[in-house]
Write a new protein. Structure first.
Length: 358
């Protein structure tokens, strides 16, 4: 079911009716992010600096929070940079294939974000995260900051589980994969930060509403699935089979070939985005200005990630150009694979509203 395809796979157009937006001071965000990364020794050579600049992580931050104050956008760029560095260490760096060592590293990161005492000598990433924790202490309420620290730890735990699965070559079933993917996108702590960057935090009771929690989870899953879908053709071409990639999970669990599994993944992704749009409209009907701004940032994350991925080296083909095409009009696609709203770990989303299109 995971045989190499004879012909290159083509990524279908990805539907997203959310308008593109980017922070008006993107250049200043980029300048800060590169300087901050060098200052905290996250890059150790000119080649690494060039690679970091090419990844345009600051551009992703500027798309995630286009309405933020400059300080908030800079902190988002710093936190995003750390998530990329941590993922690289786990996926292809010195911690690859070493879940026990990664778990110890994750514990040091958790203490640093919570501004606990640093072990000496502390890793550059740990010191950089300690600096982010200091910044959060000045820009967030204690309650929201505690939520971010909690969600950061949830994400690290999911990364440890994924590392263990990869080492043991334990392919997850669809529900197990979805449950872990909700966290490994890093969207949970990133959305906590996004809730503080516009100058007015939503009330804790609003963030805890089931509808808002569902929208946050959907945002993370859409970003994770878009990443899986956009990287799938390149991974197949390079001979990479990822036990934690949605099309590969579907190929293994439904018996589909690569092209059919990719089509199933896109149809599932569209179904979740459709549900997100309908539920977001309903919540916005009665949302406070602060909550409406937060929901706007969630929308910007969905669209901003696609806009960023369209130019990211990870998703470009050797002869140049993007494999990603974004369309504002939903293509006519049958849901040939599993209905995502019936996957046990996220089935509760579908019970939140009877007015969302089915």
């Amino acid at each position: 079911m995971n045989e190499q395809p004879r012909d290159p796979l083509s990524i279908p157009s990805l539907w997203c009716p959310i308008p593109s937006r980017i922070h008006p001071q993107r250049a200043l965000v980029t300048e800060f992010q590169l300087d901050w990364s060098v200052r905290h020794r996250l890059v150790g050579s000119d080649a690494e600096s060039t690679r970091l600049a090419a990844a345009d992580i600051a551009g992703l931050a500027a798309r995630f929070v286009p309405r933020a104050g400059l300080a908030g956008a800079r902190t988002m760029a710093a936190l995003l940079t750390l998530t990329f560095v941590i993922d690289d260490l786990n996926d292809e760096g010195r911690l690859r294939g070493r879940p026990a060592e990664f778990e110890r590293y994750a514990a040091a990161l958790s203490r640093a974000l919570d501004r606990g005492p640093l072990d000496e000598p502390a890793e550059p990433t740990v010191r950089a995260l300690h600096d982010i924790g200091r910044r959060l202490g000045h820009s967030m309420s204690p309650g929201l900051r505690a939520r971010l620290v909690r969600d950061f730890r949830v994400t690290l735990a999911a990364e440890v589980r994924e590392s263990t699965q990869n080492v043991r070559r334990l392919p997850p079933d669809l529900d197990t994969y979805v449950r872990n993917r909700l966290a490994t996108t890093w969207v949970l702590p990133l959305t906590d930060l996004a809730a503080a960057v516009d100058g007015a935090e939503p009330a804790p009771a609003d963030l805890d509403r089931p509808e808002v929690r569902a929208l946050t989870e959907m945002t993370g899953l859409i970003l994770g699935w878009d990443n899986d879908i956009c990287g799938y053709a390149k991974d197949r071409r390079d001979g990479v089979v990822d036990v934690n990639n949605l099309p590969d999970v579907l190929a293994r669990t439904t018996g589909a070939g690569p092209a059919e599994a990719l089509a199933q993944a896109v149809a599932m992704r569209d179904r979740v985005l459709e549900h997100w749009l309908g539920l977001c409209d309903q919540v916005n009907d009665t949302a406070s200005p602060a909550l409406a701004g937060h929901l706007a940032n969630l929308a910007s994350m969905i669209r901003g990630h696609l806009d960023w991925a369209a130019t990211c080296p990870r998703h470009t083909v050797p002869q140049g150009g993007s494999v990603i095409r974004i369309t504002p009009t939903r293509p006519a696609r049958a849901l040939s694979g599993p209905d995502p709203l019936k996957i046990p770990s996220i089935a509760w989303w579908g019970r939140l509203s009877s007015r969302v299109a089915g």
